[in-house]
Design a protein around this ligand. Structure first.
Ligand SMILES: [Zn+2]
Length: 506
């Protein structure tokens, strides 16, 4: 569509250009009929510019529609992105919750493991205790055995003693020993000795027996103790089993939580990717939007310049219409005056058109314009001439001349006419267009980059009338007057521009 517009636009310029060039060929003095013919041509040009303007408007609307669509896409993407973001936030919260649950489970596991360690230590201690008690029992058994052996020995000793006593005296008992005493003293001694031996033997035996009983008691005590410790150990092992089972349960719960966390993380990463994609798309749409905004600005500027041109043509047409009407009116008045003078003088056989003061030309035109053509519109030197000029790396066509001078320099109308436009243009700055009809030829002069404008659109000006001061407004670099003369009127492509030097402006 853009290319097509440009093509049409170029075609329109080319067409108008050719049209203008053929129209320019006939520059001789023209009748009002010719002027009207020209007027219809101007109307035709006006129509063409208007169609370009319509096209520019369509283009602008199209761009605006595209902007609207892009904006709605951006809004949709924005909504999607914000939805995704809130989903991501939700996932992050869920992940945090899982994380804290896992941490809780881990600390439970740690506690249970510590408990298991304590129980294991206890079991080991109990095992050591059992071992020690077994050792003790073994030792006590040995001691009992030793004691039994000692008792047996002692009994044997006693039996032997008794036997030897019996042997010494045949079947003599202790009594016989006593009775065998030689005298009373001996008797006493023997009785005491026998009693002492018997007593001693008995005492030794009783001690041995008592010690054995004590050992057995002790052994029984230790065995009971061992049984208790073994029972305790069994209990502790059972406790350990319970705690281990508990820990395994918690660990499996933790594992479950970790797998949930992993799937949450996977979902989150998917959402993250989606978000990045959406952001990319948004970035692309933003770029597109910026492009469309630039296009809009360009289309708007194009439309503005087209409207400016259209307005110029429209204003110029009405200025020429006014000038033509003025001429008709003046011709009518002149004829009326002639008739009156004819009837009043009554005589004058040499009446009519062939008179010396009037010829086939148009004296009324000379009345409204300067017969000497154009005057230089401002003091100064020609800083840039008419036609092709080259700047560094580019070349352009200069449709007028630049007259430069410092200070306050008044700009004057180059010829009498009607101000067809007085306005501020972004390129021309403060600019005044004056339309003239000189010897039946239409002209429009242009005065650009002025500091100020002293005349307004539709105003009649005489040659040399002050229009404003030379300036540096619009696309201008340094104070100068850009001055154009268009034979046949100003047009869109400026194809009617003629060199002001040919009018003696230099
Ligand atoms: Zn210029």
């Amino acid at each position: 569509m853009g290319k097509k517009t440009v093509k049409l636009f170029l075609a329109a310029i080319l067409f108008i250009g050719i049209f203008q060039l053929t129209a320019v060929a006939d520059v001789s003095a023209k009748s009002i009929g010719d002027l009207q013919k020209e007027k219809s041509q101007v109307n035709q040009k006006h129509k063409e510019v208007k169609s370009d303007l319509d096209e520019a408007k369509d283009r602008l609307n199209e761009i605006k529609q595209k902007q609207k669509n892009t904006q709605s896409e951006i809004n949709k993407l924005d909504e999607k992105a914000s939805n995704t973001q809130s989903q991501i936030d939700k996932k992050i919260k869920e992940l945090e919750k899982k994380e804290s649950q896992i941490n809780t489970k881990q600390s439970e596991i740690d506690e249970l493991n510590a408990e298991i360690n304590t129980l294991e230590t206890k079991i080991k201690e109990l095992q050591d205790e059992i071992k020690q008690l077994k050792e003790e029992i073994k030792q006590l058994k040995e001691e009992i055995k030793e004691q039994e052996a000692s008792i047996e020995k002692r009994e044997d000793l006693l039996k032997n003693r008794l036997r030897s006593l019996q042997k010494n005296g045949g079947d003599i008992q202790y009594l016989e020993v006593i009775l065998g005493s030689k005298n009373f003293g001996d008797f006493i001694n023997r009785t005491v000795a026998v009693n002492k031996i018997m007593e001693q033997d008995n005492q030794i035996l009783e001690t041995h027996i008592q010690e054995k009983i004590d050992l057995e008691n002790n052994k029984q005590q230790v065995e009971e103790n061992k049984t208790k410790v073994e029972e305790n150990k069994v209990q502790v092992e059972k406790d350990k089993e319970t705690v281990t089972a508990q820990r395994d349960q918690v660990a499996s719960e933790k594992k479950q939580l970790e797998s949930q966390k992993a799937s949450l993380a996977a979902e989150k990463s998917k959402l993250d990717n989606l978000f990045v994609k959406l952001e990319d798309q948004l970035g692309m749409k933003d770029t597109q939007m910026a492009k469309l905004e630039k296009q809009e600005e360009e289309a708007h500027n194009h439309q503005m310049s087209l409207s400016e041109k259209e307005e110029n043509l429209r204003s110029q047409k009405s200025a020429f219409d006014k000038l033509i009407a003025q001429q008709k009116e003046e011709e009518r008045k002149r004829k009326e005056k002639q008739n009156n003078s004819n009837s009043s003088s009554n005589n004058s056989s040499s009446n009519n058109s062939g008179s010396s003061n009037n010829d086939s030309g148009s004296p009324e035109i000379e009345q409204t314009t300067s017969s000497s053509g154009f005057i230089k519109p401002a003091a100064g030197y020609i800083s840039s001439g008419f036609g092709h000029r080259s700047c560094s790396g580019c070349s352009s066509y200069h449709p007028g001349v630049d007259i430069a001078q410092g200070g306050t320099v008044p700009v004057k109308a180059a010829a009498s006419g009607i101000v067809s436009r007085s306005y501020f243009s972004s390129s021309y700055g403060n600019v005044v267009f004056v339309s003239h009809i000189i010897k039946g030829q239409k002209y429009t002069t242009v005065y650009a980059h002025m500091r100020n404008r002293a005349v307004s659109t539709g105003q009649t000006v005489s040659q040399g009338q002050y229009l404003g001061n030379m300036g540096n407004t619009g696309q201008s670099f340094g104070q100068h007057l850009h001055f154009e003369i268009h034979r046949g009127g100003w047009n869109y492509s400026k194809s009617n521009a003629v060199n002001p030097a040919s009018f003696g402006i230099r």
